[in-house]
Design a protein around this ligand. Structure first.
Ligand code: AMP
Length: 485
């Protein structure tokens, strides 16, 4: 059977990090962004404030590529700072879209950094342009600056108006010249935690951003909560009529770093428990396999849990090269096939003649699985039984994960049998959605009437209305400026 083949991989999302009241605000933000690098590698940036002026440095690439000189960091003066790592989901990868964005508004300067994706950007953008707004970027985040600018009242009134106007998934950090503000959307889809370092407050996408600077985790920001940090005090406001915590299940499955604590649970522990559940659903694997092998690093923790439960040895049968970064491979067939080994190489000693359980966290387009299985076949394994620590991804995400359209999602178009043949494994099983909820401590699995997480990529149940999707996704009379790269 011939299925389509894509060389593309799904993209991750973004990270935000902010600190209030620290003499080394910029340096600590660089460290925080380093710890959050896994959430986005397209571009990074920092804006600081010394209570009078704002200072910015932004660029394309990873934190270590953009913040190379201590001179640059020294120029980022002030004791308040916000930073951002980007993996673009709305708007292309270009310097104009690098965050934090900054604007001088009629009540003063504002910087903003966003993790998530708005679902009514195009509708709002059209309305704003019709009333005279001039957009500089193609990022959805700029819409918020225009809403802040055109609203009436003081900063909080304007922020409230802006938040009531937007739909979607968002964790925002905003900075005025003397305040740091954190906001989480009414469903708390994207993560945001509050921490403390001596007399400084810290806001970070994940708790691993706090660990790196020695800050203590205080709590997750609540759904629909605005935290205003000013004059060394912190104030919480909840302006939304209806809020319900439905964080993104994929944070546990793939995005968050395993050493992060998300909504009170260790991501590593949850992943191991997902491995237990995956094994509970496939206990006959005990008879089928000799060893359990993860696709590193994404399958590591669930493979450990899986091996523990079926009482088989866990082995690193595939070694990952961590230094691949941004490598440009010549686009010719003779060289391209070598690229498979750029990131992963089989560890022949532990594979030859073995029947293996091969564990990964997810299959999206199938790109990774196809490459890895082909590589393993050439290394003398006897049988490959692939077990996936998430249910089939059938529906696109519009809340800040750049998963592809339905057309490109393997599980949306093909049966498990067809995917098994396409990937070339001897058998393929996915954990059930109930199994994931059980791993999270819900004994009966997923409550259909009141699911505790957003799991739209598996279930098609989207908690926030997809307004742009309904109206065609593009502003009607507008054209796009495509940058020549
Ligand atoms: P694919 O190769 O398209 O099937 O994508 C699945 C692989 O990409 C798995 O190994 C995951 O670890 C990884 N993955 C899943 N979701 C994402 C995402 N949103 N961003 C980057 N990688 C992802």
């Amino acid at each position: 059977m011939k299925l389509f083949f894509h060389n593309k991989k799904p993209k991750d999302e973004c990270a935000v990090f902010g600190i209030y009241n620290h003499k080394d605000a910029a340096s600590l933000t660089v460290l925080g962004l380093h710890a959050l690098q896994h959430r986005g590698q397209d571009s990074t940036g920092i804006v600081t404030s010394d209570a009078k002026n704002f200072f910015a440095h932004r660029g394309m690439g990873q934190v270590s590529e953009v913040f190379t000189e201590s001179n640059v960091i020294k120029k980022l003066k002030g004791e308040i700072s916000i930073g951002h790592n980007r993996y673009g989901t709305t708007g292309e990868s270009a310097l104009k879209n690098v965050q934090p964005l900054f604007s001088e508004l009629n009540f003063g300067g504002v910087a903003i950094a966003h993790n998530g994706n708005l679902t009514n950007t195009q509708r709002l953008k059209k309305q704003l342009i019709d009333s005279g707004a001039i957009f500089q970027s193609t990022s959805d985040t700029e819409v918020v600056l225009h809403l802040l600018s055109t609203a009436k009242g003081d900063f909080l009134d304007r922020l409230n108006y802006s938040l009531q106007s937007i739909n979607g998934a968002y964790s925002f950090l905003l900075m005025t010249k003397n305040s740091l503000i954190g906001v989480r959307d009414p469903y708390g889809i994207r993560p945001l935690v509050l921490g403390k370092l001596d007399n400084s407050y810290v806001l970070s996408s994940e708790s691993c951003g706090l660990d790196i600077i020695g800050a203590k985790l205080i709590r997750d920001v609540e759904p629909g909560e605005i935290l205003i940090i000013q004059n060394n005090k912190i104030k919480s406001i909840k302006p939304f009529k209806k809020t319900q915590l439905r964080p993104c299940l994929f944070e546990y499955i793939y995005f968050s770093r395993p050493d992060s604590i998300f909504e009170g649970k260790s991501v590593y522990d949850v992943r191991k428990k997902i491995g237990h559940q995956l094994a509970n659903e496939n206990l006959s694997d005990k008879e089928l396999v000799d060893i359990v092998i993860p696709i590193p690093d994404s399958g590591n923790a669930s493979a450990l849990g899986f091996a523990e439960r079926i009482k088989k040895k866990f082995e690193f049968g595939i070694i990952r090269n961590h230094y691949t970064g941004r490598t440009f491979i010549q686009d010719s067939n003779s060289i391209r096939h070598l690229a498979v080994k750029l990131k992963h190489n089989p560890n022949l000693a532990s594979l030859k003649g073995k029947s293996i359980a091969l564990i990964d966290d997810s299959i999206v387009r199938g790109t990774t699985s196809v490459k890895i299985v082909e590589m393993l076949r050439n290394s003398g394994v006897k049988k490959i039984h692939m077990r996936i620590a998430s249910p089939p991804v059938k529906y696109p995400c519009y809340y800040g994960i750049d998963t592809p359209t339905k057309k490109e999602l393997l599980a949306s178009r093909y049966s498990i049998k067809e995917i098994t043949d396409y990937i070339g494994v001897d058998s393929l099983k996915f954990i059930s959605l109930d199994g994931i909820y059980k791993a999270l401590g819900f004994k009966k699995g997923r409550d259909k009437n009141k699911p505790k997480f957003t799991d739209h990529y598996f279930s098609g149940d989207y908690p926030v209305e997809l307004i742009d999707q309904k109206t065609g996704g593009k502003p009607s009379q507008l054209s796009l400026l495509i940058e020549a790269k």
